[in-house]
Each structure stands twice: as structure tokens, then as C-alpha cells.
Design a protein around this ligand. Structure first.
Ligand code: CAA
Length: 241
């Protein structure tokens, strides 16, 4: 029987590439999205997958959304916590709202999404939880105190949960992308982005498919001995910085 994969933020950017790759690998894919219905419908049609709208930063909506996915597709075997937002700005000018929004959507979503699926994974003796962090959670980034804190928090969340889940066949890992060619990165001011690209030894932005390939490997049976890990996919930017 095909495994069920749920990808948050799975209809655009890196998430869309993950949905596409997992679908191609034979999973039944459910892609969550937060707001852009037009893009979601287009992705659903293009990839032949089911799409579901809810806010990953809202506990009740997550519980309800996951229940719907499970009743339609079956128990979730692979959860990819990919959805995330930025609210960039220098910290000394940052509003509490920008802080709260990013912590809620990028970090609290880890609890809201994972808590409803973890018991089933433990009972069935198999699960893959793959959390998308960022190079900026590893090294910090000017203008992203909120985002860097949330993305670093994901790494701690993963390391702790991996230890609790290891004996039950459930692996929990982080993929930490560098700067990838998506709408999120395109929103960085052009001069700033140019400077950032000059610090990437590979000399270019990453491709969403390159992140998806790592996620697909971690989701596979071959990756059963990898848990609690942070897989960096960043063109050597982190080690060179
Ligand atoms: N170190 C310290 N200070 C810095 C700096 C640096 N590297 N770069 C800029 N600054 C300071 C300058 O000194 C200046 O301060 P003063 O006003 O005291 O002179 C200030 O930043 C720049 O002033 P601006 O008027 O340009 O500030 P701003 O508030 O308009 O914008 C910013 C600043 C928000 C940081 C903007 O430059 C920006 O958006 N940078 C990009 C941040 C970024 O990389 N975001 C990643 C988005 S993609 C993503 O998140 C995906 C992923 O996971 C990789």
C-alpha cells in the first residue's frame, strides 16, 4: 500500500517541489496550504494531489485538517513540516506582532502538526518526520532575529523528539536549506541578495528540487538509521561564512 505523505506549505516553492517528488516516488500526497487558493488549485491539478487549506499556526485547525487528511487518504506515514513565513526587519525596530507571527507559524506549528500524528506513527512502528529549518537558524541572519530563533528552535525540537521516537521506528530529522530560488528569497532586496549569493561557494541559489531530493531520501526506508540529524543543503555557504 502506498504510504501517505503530508506536506505543509506544499503547494508553492520548496513545498511544491517536495510534494511533486514524493508523488513521483509513489506516495499518496496531501499538500496543506495557508492562503493562496489559486496556486493551490493549480498545483493540485498539475501534480494530481489533494490540497487542504488551514493555518499551521493554529492548533485547532491543524487537528481538524489532519483528521480530514487521515479520513480521506489514511494514516499519515510521512510528515514534512515545511510551511514557514518571514517578517524580516531589524530587531530594534521589530514589533511584537512580527515576532509572534513568525514563532507561531514557523515553530509552534511543529507541535500543532506533529502532536496529532505521532501517536499513530508510534503504534504502527513507522514514521518519518522531516522538519524544514534554514541556514539562518544555524548561523543567524541580520534582519531575521524572529526567523532565526524559530528555525533554530526547530533543530532543538527535532533532536529531542528523535530520541523519544527512535525505538518506535519513527525518525525525526531536519533539512536546513540555504538560499533557494523561491518567492521567499526573491522578496529579499536585490542588492542584499546579490551580496548573499556572492557568499555561496557553489555560486548560485539552490533549486527547490535539490531540497526535495534530500527530503525524499530521509522519507525512504534506506534512511532508517538517520535520526536527530540536520542535513544542510546550502552550496557550502554555512561553512564558508
Ligand atoms: N550587520 C549589521 N548590520 C547590518 C548588516 C550586517 N550584515 N547589514 C545591514 N545592517 C544594518 C546597517 O548598518 C543599517 O543600520 P543603520 O540604520 O544603523 O545604519 C541597516 O542594517 C540597514 O538599513 P535599512 O534602512 O536598509 O534597514 P531596513 O530595515 O530597511 O532593512 C533588512 C534591513 C531587513 C535587514 C534588509 O536588509 C533585509 O531584508 N535583508 C535580508 C534579510 C534576509 O536575508 N532575509 C532572508 C529571506 S529568505 C529566507 O528567509 C529563506 C531562508 O531560509 C534562507
Amino acid at each position: 500500500m502506498a504510504r501517505v505523505a503530508l506536506v505543509t506549505g506544499g503547494t508553492r516553492g520548496i513545498g511544491k517541489a517536495i510534494s511533486a517528488r514524493l508523488k513521483a516516488d509513489g506516495y499518496k500526497v496531501a499538500a496543506n496550504y495557508g492562503g493562496n487558493a489559486e496556486a493551490a488549485e493549480a498545483t493540485a491539478k498539475e501534480l494530481g494531489i489533494s490540497v487542504y487549506k488551514w493555518d499551521v499556526g493554529n492548533a485547532a485547525e491543524c487537528a481538524e485538517g489532519i483528521a480530514k487528511v487521515q479520513s480521506e487518504l489514511g494514516p499519515v506515514d510521512v510528515l514534512v513540516n515545511n510551511a514557514g513565513i518571514t517578517r524580516d526587519g531589524l530587531f530594534h525596530k521589530m514589533s511584537a506582532e512580527k515576532w509572534d507571527d513568525v514563532i507561531r507559524v514557523d515553530l509552534s506549528s511543529m507541535f500543532y502538526m506533529t502532536r496529532p500524528v505521532i501517536e499513530g506513527m508510534r503504534e504502527r512502528g513507522f514514521g518519518r518526520i522531516i522538519n524544514i529549518s534554514s541556514i539562518n537558524g544555524q548561523k543567524g541572519q541580520v534582519g531575521q532575529v524572529n526567523y532565526s530563533a524559530a528555525k533554530a528552535g526547530i533543530i532543538g525540537f527535532t533532536k529531542a523528539l528523535a530520541q523519544e521516537s527512535a525505538s518506535k521506528g519513527v525518525t525525526v530529522n531536519v533539512v536546513a536549506p540555504g538560499y533557494v530560488d523561491t518567492d521567499m528569497v526573491a522578496a529579499v532586496p536585490e542588492d542584499v541578495l546579490k551580496k548573499i549569493i556572492s557568499t555561496i561557494p557553489v555560486g548560485r541559489l539552490g533549486k527547490a528540487e535539490e531540497i526535495a531530493a534530500m527530503v525524499a531520501f530521509l522519507a525512504s526506508d534506506q534512511a532508517g538509521f538517520i535520526t536527530g540529524a540536520t542535513m544542510t543543503v546550502n552550496g557550502a555557504q554555512y561553512i564558508a561564512g
